[in-house]
Design a protein around this ligand. Structure first.
Ligand SMILES: C[S@@+](CC[C@H](N)C(=O)[O-])C[C@H]1O[C@@H](n2cnc3c(N)ncnc32)[C@H](O)[C@@H]1O
Length: 569
């Protein structure tokens, strides 16, 4: 295949990635979905959704006002990011209100692609190239620019202003079975078959652009745009710095998860794995900022991200704390007198910055968590769509901004510190959201999935079941518990629901509004090693929402289960 692509420039200089899976994982997903369906899911994962989804902060703005402002920006020649999505004939606007009942405050901005790009590729005269990391390419496919840190290699003699083709360096299998990108940053490409990654980057070209720096500059400076990618395979808007505080870029299923919780004004809600706060703020807006939402996360720095986002959106009903979801429940006897009350809850104490390890990585290692737990957490933190820049999350951008200007709200009032919680008494919340850290195998676009094994996938499920055991104790009788993930892996979705329903007889699946996702998987799976996994029972599949990346809705892969909590006795 590589040889053919080498000989045929039009297939070499194209975008047609094949997602690599661990063979046992591929077998498992083939069994779960059927080979054809899984092939479609796999293909869909390599592409971004065809639209961006914006949740309007209705506490500050209306969707009509936001549409008007975005349209103005779209027609402003200086706003390159949004101009990208303008229809070629300029006839119909790419901006519209979501038509799903109850989600009219969500604004959709259509992108386009895949486009055929003319790379000017003659065999004797190949285009100059810039090779970027996979993470950089995934961000670029979502609308980001090509930033300097993402560049790995470049053709010799590239000067500022040159036309360059941008392609992706993918992980390759090594002799030891591990995957890696074996390339020294700064490598010179010749455009010849003898180049590193020459065959491997066939079919992995994401656009044509203008070099903003010379080759030497790309590897000398530490930040800035390396290539202005003005001719892209996928054209999606970048909302970097656009209408801050009034809008939040969020995947549609995440917005639906907040609706599934059905929070009511004045209630007390716990968001157990809250950072960076996308669903927390969605819940707060549904509650019209009335009541109390406790937003917890085990990472101190990520808790600060939630604080910043809440402040930016002007939401005051959100209380944040650093808390390990595996230790969320405390018995009243464990509450010491010395704890400081935050929003009237004596189980939460403010922690001085010095008490919190400054290096989360070191803290994590010291906590003795398994590799699966750690990778689960790292993956999950990328759920937020990132159109803002290469390898720089929106929360990172916000953090930097926070350093420059002091926003109002809790960030300031708590001096940028996250209160450390000792947990909460049983039955102390009306509703709990467990948006669990997961393998993130639903996120799009994804160009590589080879690192997960069937064992790591099962371990994610084990970690989530432990969190569920805590969550279920914290919801009062008559309350609601919502469990969600951004993965297509049944071990983290249907299997967790089966576990929950079998173990806690007082739980029942509840109807979700809106319900726009598809059904869950019914049945069981027997693995070659004898391990058996149980999924849903007939009748339960229509009660959950499973967002299929290959379906017409064109969303990320996502799963939502809603439970009503009956008498616990
Ligand atoms: C899927 S993300 C949450 C996304 C968030 N709900 C949102 O919508 O913006 C999962 C989060 O779980 C956190 N996390 C992982 N393990 C945790 C634990 N043991 N306790 C609390 N939080 C944890 C991670 O730091 C990460 O921020």
């Amino acid at each position: 295949l590589s040889h053919q692509m080498e000989m045929n420039p039009s297939s070499r200089y194209s975008y047609d990635p094949v997602l690599r899976w661990d063979p046992e994982v591929e077998d498992y997903f083939n069994k779960a979905y059927g080979p054809d369906h899984f092939a479609r899911i796999s293909k869909a994962l390599t592409r971004p959704s065809s639209y961006s989804c914006i949740r309007v902060n209705t506490v500050k703005a209306t969707s009509d006002a936001v549409i008007e402002k975005l349209t103005k920006i779209l027609n402003d020649d200086s706003e390159d990011g949004l101009k990208l999505v303008q229809q070629p004939d300029g006839s119909s606007s790419p901006i519209s209100k979501c038509q799903i009942p109850g989600l009219e405050y969500v604004v959709l901005v259509n992108g386009s692609g895949p486009h055929r790009i003319e790379y000017g590729s003659e065999l004797e005269n190949p285009p100059k190239e810039v090779l970027v990391s996979r993470k950089c390419a995934e961000a670029v496919l979502r609308g980001a620019q090509v930033y300097v840190p993402g560049v790995l290699a470049c053709t010799a003699h590239v000067e500022k202003g040159d036309a360059v083709a941008v392609c992706v360096a993918m992980e390759q299998p090594g002799d030891d079975g591990d995957w890696s990108v074996n390339m020294t940053r700064g490598t010179t490409l010749q455009g010849l078959p003898s180049d590193p990654f020459y065959c491997e980057r066939s079919g992995l070209y994401i656009g044509m652009g203008t070099a903003m720096l010379s080759r030497a500059g790309m590897f000398r400076v530490s930040h800035g745009v390396a290539v202005d990618l003005n001719n892209r395979v996928f054209r999606l808007p970048s909302f970097h710095n656009v209408l801050e505080g009034e809008i939040f870029l969020q995947n549609l299923p995440s917005i639906v998860a907040a609706h599934a919780l059905d929070p009511q004004r004045g209630e007390r809600v716990l968001d157990m794995c809250a950072a960076p706060g996308g669903k927390t703020t969605a819940i707060a807006i549904l509650m019209n900022d009335e009541g109390e939402i406790v937003a917890a996360d085990r990472s101190h720095n990520k808790v600060l991200d939630v604080q910043r986002l809440s402040a930016e959106m002007g939401l005051t009903c959100i209380t944040t704390c650093k808390l390990d979801a595996l230790k969320s429940v405390c018995l009243p006897s464990t509450l010491s007198d010395s704890t400081t009350s935050v929003n009237g809850d004596s189980s939460v104490s403010l922690t001085s910055h010095s008490e919190v390890p400054s290096n989360e990585g070191i803290a994590s290692d010291a906590s003795g968590r398994s590799e699966a737990e750690k990778s689960c957490e790292e993956n999950a933190s990328t759920e937020q769509p990132n159109n803002g820049g290469d390898n720089v999350s929106q929360s990172e951008i916000r953090k930097n901004k926070g350093r420059l200007k002091n926003g109002r709200g809790r960030t300031q009032s708590q001096g940028g510190r996250a209160g450390k919680s000792k947990g909460f008494p049983p039955n102390s919340f009306d509703r709990v959201l467990l948006d669990a850290p997961c393998s993130a195998l639903g996120l799009r676009p994804r160009l590589f999935a080879g690192l997960e094994t069937v064992i790591s996938l099962r371990n994610h499920g084990r970690y989530q079941r432990k969190m569920f055991d805590q969550a279920v104790q914290l919801v009062r009788v008559g309350g609601v518990l919502v469990y969600s993930t951004c993965t297509i892996n049944p071990s983290e979705n249907e299997t967790v629901v089966r576990y929950a329903l079998d173990k806690y007889k007082f739980l029942s699946l509840a109807t979700q509004h809106p319900r726009i996702g598809g059904p869950g998987l019914v049945g069981r799976c027997e693995f070659p090693d004898g391990y058996v996994e149980e999924w849903l029972k007939p009748g339960e599949e229509e009660m959950v929402q499973k967002f299929d990346p290959s379906s017409e809705l064109d969303t990320i892969g996502f799963f939502i289960a809603k439970f009503s909590v009956g008498p616990k006795d």
